[in-house]
Design a protein around this ligand. Structure first.
Ligand code: SF4
Length: 478
């Protein structure tokens, strides 16, 4: 029998990207094969995010477009999953009569049974039940034949949910209480990926520092050590680490675990101790700066990125100044900055002293402008250095017209792309500066001599080990 077509539209964070890959795997067992053609789809899954109002609106606007499709093709199954589904439940069925299935963040492993019921009885279903603990069946076991792994880099969820209850956040309500996967199944899944060509893994959790604590499993650093032993795997990344729980053991891991990339995402959210308190972050500005100093002490070349929320209720000009001065002091490698928005169930939605939209927007521009300068400064420092890049594939689309114009003429043949260990995007030619052609392929670590810096990426030429030896790698250093 021909397989049925599955179209998945994913909004939101890396967790959702990973969940979508799990959705595809679970539905694969009921005869659905994922493709990118919306019009030929027999089933459409919208995997939603409710972390910010904008993401929620994006989901509903996409769903709105599906009503016509469903009218033309009544047998089409329309499913909505993820955080908005968890939050809104059956309200979605009354609001959107063309939706057949609403499934929550803990229902992914139940999808095959739910879809079979819909196919058989054409019934409409809501499943937003949550379990306290992750069970082994919640993730497709890596040894099953549908454990695919395209590409070079993959995400693997190691825990789900969160117990921290930051006052602006919906995660504890929509993803449930914190629960960790057992290390064996994580290691097995990564090993299966490596067999399919995966060379880099990003371990995902809302707060990886709490990994295994509740269940009495190993610590997160011990998990990293186990993953580090997987033959064929070249790089390990993780996200996210809550600053209050950043342990000395994890800081040491950056020094001692050789495949662990020198990059940490350490969300600060605000530089004002008073606002951090209202956010229930459980650390002060000074605590945070101390953690950053500790990281840089042990691992001087570590890249640090962060999240900032501007315009949290009650944020005064002085609070915002504290944020600005913290950003200046830390000099992040990258920042994700957002304007605060009320989220359903999150306590901050009930806080007084809401900040006007115009002020929030102005503050956001200040933060983004500052960060742009710092990022560019850091990128410019790389020009003339040799960087080790994990080759992720060929790409022309990463280079915009302005960037392309500044790349030396005659070297814009085949462009490749990849990342440094500290997560900088590098685009590069397949020939060295003196015309030596390189046999590049996905998944190898290439040495790239950086010649140009752009706001979001670097550009350079590959250099051979031979050249490096001849010229002395140090001679490339800025
Ligand atoms: S740590 Fe805070 S911001 Fe992060 S997921 Fe948990 S509640 Fe949300």
């Amino acid at each position: 029998m021909d397989s049925k077509h599955l179209y998945i539209y994913t909004i939101g964070c890396q967790m959702n990207t990973y969940d979508s890959s799990q959705i595809a795997k679970f539905l694969g067992s009921t005869g659905y094969a994922e493709n990118n053609d919306l019009d030929s789809a027999d089933m459409i899954v919208v995997n939603t995010c409710s972390i910010r109002q904008k993401a929620e609106q994006k989901a509903f606007s996409f769903l709105g477009r599906l009503s016509q499709l469903k009218r033309n093709k009544p047998q089409l199954i329309v499913a909505i999953g993820g955080c908005v589904a968890q939050q809104e439940g059956k309200k979605i069925l009354s609001r959107m009569p063309f939706v057949d299935l609403v499934f929550g963040t803990h229902a992914i492993s139940r999808l095959p049974a739910l879809v079979r019921r819909i196919e058989k009885n054409r019934t409409r279903i809501v499943d937003i039940g949550q379990q306290e603990r992750i069970s082994t069946g919640d993730y497709v076991h890596a040894t099953k034949k549908n454990a695919d792994a395209a590409g070079v880099s993959t995400f693997v969820t190691i825990m789900r949910g969160c117990d921290n209850y930051c006052t602006y956040c919906v995660v504890p309500f929509v993803r449930g209480r914190e629960s960790s996967r057992d290390p064996e199944s994580i290691v097995e899944e990564i090993k299966a990926g490596v067999k399919k060509g995966i060379r880099e893994v990003t371990l995902l959790g809302q707060n990886v520092n709490s990994y295994g604590k509740k269940e009495g499993l190993c610590s997160f650093s011990q998990l990293l050590e186990r993953v580090n032993t997987i033959a064929g795997l070249k790089r390990i990344r993780f996200t996210t680490s809550h600053p209050k729980d950043l342990s000395d053991e994890l800081v040491d891991a950056f020094k001692n675990i050789d495949k662990l990339c020198n990059h940490i995402h350490l969300p600060v959210q605000s530089g004002s101790t008073q606002i951090l308190k209202r956010m229930n972050r459980k650390y002060s500005r000074d605590d945070y700066l101390e953690k950053v100093a500790g990281l840089r002490d042990k691992c001087p070349d570590i890249a640090i990125t962060s999240d900032i929320i501007v315009g949290f209720p009650g944020e005064t000009d002085a609070d915002f100044e504290d944020t600005i001065s913290l950003i200046r002091r830390v000099e992040y490698d990258g920042l994700f900055a957002f304007m605060y928005s009320d989220r359903p169930n999150a306590p901050a939605a009930r806080f007084d002293d809401k900040i006007p939209e115009a002020v929030k927007s102005e503050r956001l521009q200040v933060v983004l402008g500052m960060q742009k300068e710092v990022t560019m400064k850091k990128h410019l420092k790389r020009v003339g250095t040799v960087q080790e890049v994990l080759v992720e594939g060929m790409s022309k689309k990463n280079i915009d017209a302005n960037e392309a114009a500044s790349i030396p003429a005659g070297t814009q043949g085949i462009q490749w792309t990849g990342r440094t260990a500290d997560n900088k995007i590098v685009n590069f030619d397949d020939c060295s500066a003196d015309g030596e052609k390189f046999e590049l392929k996905n998944g190898i670590l290439a040495k790239i001599l950086i010649k140009r810096a752009f706001p979001h990426s670097l550009w350079g030429y590959p250099v051979s080990i031979k050249t490096l030896k001849r010229e002395g790698e140090r001679s490339y250093a800025a």
